[in-house]
Design a protein around this ligand. Structure first.
Ligand code: DGY
Length: 320
């Protein structure tokens, strides 16, 4: 029997067609003040919701009395009330694995751009300031051979570590509750406390998922522990970092630079002091944003959705 699916953002025509062959689909290319009333109305009858950048709260759930499953087009699902979904018997699915390498590429791009001051010097060239040659004050810092600290060595953390260890000859430290012997064996990585990682790393990269345990994991104390030459990279979630503490650390020179793909508030507010720091690199949450990877993420979300609505266990269900 065909069920009712509400789809939001990111789906291509052939992906929508795949859904439509099996179910009735109401698609919203964007959710804004014009489309929101129709979206809320469709949710009252929906059996499944699929999409990217979804905001689901208890109020929406109270309206959606037929909802059986949500398939987010993201690996992170910190923006969903998973306990409430589980209580209501709603399956929650995400899209792991297919974005691992691309998100690690983003992390490494931020490392390279921040350390070699690429964004800053690109602006300098465009502004017509390249009159003779760069002076020492504009030199960057080596990446190869530096100590790379990964906070949270999950799939994405391990992929960043692999780039560092195998491509750039970097000793890798990692923190987290449990040692990962296979990564230690493959990359010569060393498990250590968060404190040891912060004090010893030249580049600190955060890849932990956001949860109540990791909220503001990195605050004033953490930045004080880092080397004054440290470069801080965040490809996880903005709220893992106490952003005012990071801003203070950058303003006062407690750390040298940063490469940030995620922020406590997104889009980044136009009055954020981060915008006035030429030495850091800012990206608009593009961890997984390549054509190939976003397509794979949508396909996986559809696999999850079709399996769930067919009464099978979806491949990537996150609640029991
Ligand atoms: C994810 O998949 O969680 C990325 O951050 C994109 O939203």
């Amino acid at each position: 029997m065909k069920k009712r699916v509400v789809a939001v953002r990111r789906l291509h025509a052939e992906q929508l067609a795949r859904l439509e062959r099996e179910h009735h689909v109401d698609y919203f290319g964007e959710l804004d003040q014009h489309t929101m009333p129709a979206f809320l109305e469709k949710m009252q009858k929906a059996h499944a919701l699929i999409g990217g950048k979804l905001d689901v709260d208890e109020e929406l759930l109270a309206r959606a009395e037929y909802l059986e499953m949500i398939a987010t087009i993201s690996v992170g699902y910190d923006n969903f009330p998973v306990e409430a979904l589980t209580r209501r018997g709603i399956a929650m699915c995400n899209t792991p694995d297919v974005l691992t390498e691309t998100t690690a590429d983003t992390g490494f791009a931020l490392i390279m751009t921040a350390c070699r001051r690429m964004a800053e010097l690109d602006r300098w060239v465009r502004e017509g300031k390249w009159q003779s040659h760069v002076v020492e004050a504009q030199f960057g810092f080596d990446v190869h051979g530096k100590t790379l600290g990964i906070i949270g060595l999950g799939r994405i953390g391990a992929a960043v570590a692999r780039r560092g260890a195998l491509g750039f000859n970097m000793p890798v430290l990692y923190s987290g509750s449990s040692p990962k012997p296979h990564v230690e064996e493959e990359l010569g990585a060393t498990h250590c406390s968060l404190e040891a990682l912060l004090t010893q790393s030249d580049i600190v990269c955060v890849t932990v998922p956001l949860s109540s345990e990791t909220h503001h994991l990195l605050g004033a104390q953490a930045f004080k522990m880092m080397k004054s030459s440290a470069v801080f990279i965040n490809i996880s979630r903005g709220a893992v970092v106490d952003e005012p503490a990071l801003i203070h650390a950058l303003e006062t020179g407690e750390i040298r630079s940063a490469g940030l793909d995620v922020f406590e508030q997104e889009p980044l507010s136009l009055d954020s002091p981060l915008l006035n720091m030429p030495q850091i690199v800012l990206a608009p949450h593009i961890g997984s944003a390549t054509h190939e990877t976003r397509r794979s993420m949508v396909n996986l979300a559809i696999d999850n959705l079709l399996a769930g609505l067919a009464g099978q266990r979806p491949p990537n269900i996150v609640n029991p």
